[in-house]
Design a protein around this ligand. Structure first.
Ligand code: GDP
Ligand code: MG
Length: 439
């Protein structure tokens, strides 16, 4: 989706002034991009219509930076479709707050129940109790028990020989007794929506009167995710949605449709199998991500925690002046090294998220040490001016750093390429970003 959208805008970017036809052309591309990303047909239709109307307005056509304006319109409309702001969990005025997880088999209910418990425990020092109410597969109970053990969160279970409604009833009594502040009910799923399942879930709902019925949906299932969400919502009137498996190649098609079709907010997103990989859903961040601006906010937040901002500004300055040299390169690499898993960080950088060159890259911290060794074997002059590096100097550097010449050559080539790319980016190939992030 991201790539297609970027293509749609690159046509506009190349032009200074644009006319109605250019906009219609770009909107056709946007439409195709969304449909290909499995966004629901009606949602796409409305979306494109709204954006087109706004983009054809005078301000855009007469603006000096029309492409940016159009992208901003698309961005803002994406945010609107996804619900504007993050929606917090509903809380009960008295304990316990009861949360019921529903969804198809394999959607991620059990894992997400654990993730939620973990989050509540960490953020609110809460004392949640999880109830194992999926009695159709013995493994399902064990799975929740295991998750509970990992998190040190109690799990109420009665095996698989009881009616789930009865299990929930006794589980709630247990929570009362222990004064748990949250109860998270893990329920059964099916491969598709059927009457028996819905009936069971409706009975659990009637008994437990949950404050939240969170529908867990697998984002990778595209269109199906939206249908499923619609189905569950019609039967159970869910209070929110959790989109799982957004860590894969999925680029948010489901995120766009679900809110529009069900009217229910996406509250969290699952971004990995680990129990701490649950994040609050921010529509604006998702819009950034869909537009391929990387997860800018997350990156900025991360950077604020770990990164020296003065340093970063100096760096940006240098990039713009094209005086970025090997010394800066090493500085930057060292900073990156301190920030965490490199491949994850790289993906958050605008323009990198969808960079095919990065797709299969696993960055190894050792590689950075090798790069550093190579740079340290250069003379100060060489570090400042990569053009000095003729073959004989390269051989000397290779010998000095204990790496081979090919590696030195490759590193220099990469350095030059990335410097070129950074300079391009800073000169407005990716313009449009600043304006959009500013507000
Ligand atoms: P349930 O049948 O709905 O209870 O689904 P499970 O919780 O058992 O999850 C099914 C599979 O999806 C498991 O292998 C989970 O590890 C995996 N899974 C759940 N959430 C995520 C996620 O956000 N990202 C990834 N990559 N895997 C997930
Ligand atoms: Mg399960």
């Amino acid at each position: 989706l991201t790539e297609r959208l970027q293509n749609a805008f690159s046509g506009l970017r190349r032009k200074g002034k644009i006319n109605e036809n250019d906009i219609r052309e770009a909107m056709r591309e946007v439409r195709l991009a969304l449909l290909e990303a499995d966004v629901n047909f009606d949602v796409v239709k409305d979306f494109v219509k709204t954006v087109r109307t706004q983009a054809l307005g005078k301000e855009v056509l007469e603006s000096l930076t029309p492409a940016q304006q159009v992208i901003k319109i698309v961005h803002d409309e994406l945010v609107k479709v996804m619900g504007e702001a993050a929606v917090p969990l509903n809380k009960s005025p008295h304990i316990p707050t009861i949360i019921m997880m529903v969804g198809l088999q394999g959607a991620g209910k059990t894992t997400t129940a654990g993730k939620l418990a973990n989050r509540l425990k960490k953020q609110e020092h809460a004392r949640p109790l999880m109830i194992a109410a999926d009695v159709y597969r013995p493994a399902a109970v064990d799975q929740l028990v295991t998750v509970g053990q990992q998190l040190d969160v109690p799990v109420f279970e009665m095996g698989t020989d009881h009616d789930p409604v009865d299990i929930v009833k006794q589980g709630l009594a247990e929570a009362d007794k222990n004064k748990n502040d949250y109860v998270i009910i893990d329920t059964a799923g099916r491969l598709e929506i059927d009457e028996q399942l819905m009936d069971e879930l409706a009975r659990i709902k009637a008994l437990a009167q949950p404050n939240e019925i969170l529908l867990v949906v697998d984002a990778m299932t595209g269109q199906v995710a939206t249908q499923v969400a619609d189905g569950f919502n019609q039967q159970l009137d869910v209070t929110g949605v959790i989109l799982t498996k957004l860590d894969g190649d999925t680029r948010g098609g489901a995120a766009l449709s679900i809110r529009a079709v069900t009217g229910k907010p996406i509250k969290f997103i699952g971004q990995g199998e680990k129990l701490d990989q649950l994040d609050v859903f921010y529509p604006d961040r998702m819009a950034d991500r869909i537009l391929g601006m990387g997860d800018m906010m997350s990156l900025i937040e991360k950077a604020q925690q770990d990164y020296d901002t003065d340093q970063a500004e100096k760096m940006a300055q240098k990039i713009q002046e094209n005086s970025f040299d090997f010394n800066d390169f090493v500085d930057q690499m060292s900073q990156l090294q301190n920030m965490g898993p490199l491949d994850e960080i790289m993906k958050m950088i605008p323009g990198m998220a969808n960079n095919p060159a990065l797709k299969n890259v696993k960055m190894d911290p050792k590689d950075i040490d090798h790069l550093k060794a190579i740079v340290y074997s250069m003379t100060p002059k060489e570090r400042e001016n990569p053009d000095l590096l003729n073959p004989s100097r390269r051989r000397r550097i290779a010998a000095g750093s204990g790496r081979n010449v090919q590696e030195v050559n490759r590193m220099i080539k990469q350095f030059k390429q990335s410097r070129e790319m950074m300079t391009k980016m800073s000169k407005g190939n990716f313009s449009g970003m600043e304006g959009m992030l500013g507000d």
